[in-house]
Design a binder for this molecule. Structure first.
Ligand code: AMP
Length: 198
């Protein structure tokens, strides 16, 4: 199974992607996580990326595309993977299609988690308060910028996938269990998971 989670910051895509990865035993690839980890190890790439992350801007397309293109070719992704936070621009979406096509593969579904903006801000601020290691971009200064970037650069990607018949719109309000039940239902209707498991 090769699927993508898209949603505004705080929409719960990380949580849902993780659950689906656990159920399907597929790798969960979060570009945000990969970049933050690279920064922690002091890698040059990570340090470069943090300059964008800390300002709520997107890291350059070529940087994230090369990370994912390399990662999805690893043997553990042979059965598929759960992408989280990639692609975030039309350029990234096109590159992903090309990269998969070279190997005779293609995306099977794009799961959009829809959450109202005031709820998103509440969730991100709460996450910053309860987290043992708060993220540098979960701040009242950076959150509005991340939401604006989502609207400008990532929402067009939804259209790109809608035109290709891949987009599944999912109500992201409610508890993680409630949202996951909707995620499963969308995947069941596309016959990507069976209804008896999970
Ligand atoms: P996330 O963990 O998905 O909320 O991502 C945190 C930050 O990492 C984003 O605000 C961007 O600065 C950067 N980032 C993550 N994924 C991408 C991507 N696909 N393209 C560009 N920047 C990204």
């Amino acid at each position: 199974m090769l699927v993508v989670f898209i949603g505004a910051p705080g929409s719960g895509k990380g949580t849902q992607a993780e659950r689906l990865a656990a159920e399907t035993q597929l790798p969960h690839l979060s570009t945000g996580e990969i970049l933050r980890e690279a920064a922690e190890t002091g890698a040059d790439l990570g340090r470069r990326a943090m300059e964008y992350i800390n300002h709520g801007r997107l890291a350059p397309d070529d940087l994230v595309i090369s990370i994912i293109a390399h990662r999805i070719r690893q043997p553990d992704c042979a059965r598929g993977c759960i992408l989280d936070g990639f692609p975030r621009t039309i350029e990234q979406a096109r590159s992903l299609d090309q990269c998969l096509a070279q190997e005779g593969r293609s995306l099977q579904a794009v799961l959009e988690l829809q959450v109202a903006e005031d709820e998103i801000v509440r969730r991100l601020l709460r996450r910053a308060q309860i987290s043992e290691k708060p993220r540098s971009d979960d701040t009242p200064e950076v959150i509005p910028q991340r939401i604006a970037i989502y609207r400008q650069q990532t929402m067009p990607v939804l259209e790109y996938y809608r035109e290709r018949g891949l987009l599944c719109e999912i109500d992201g309000n409610g508890t993680p269990d409630e949202v996951y039940a909707r995620v499963r239902k969308a995947l069941e209707s596309r016959r990507l998971v069976s209804s008896d498991a999970g």
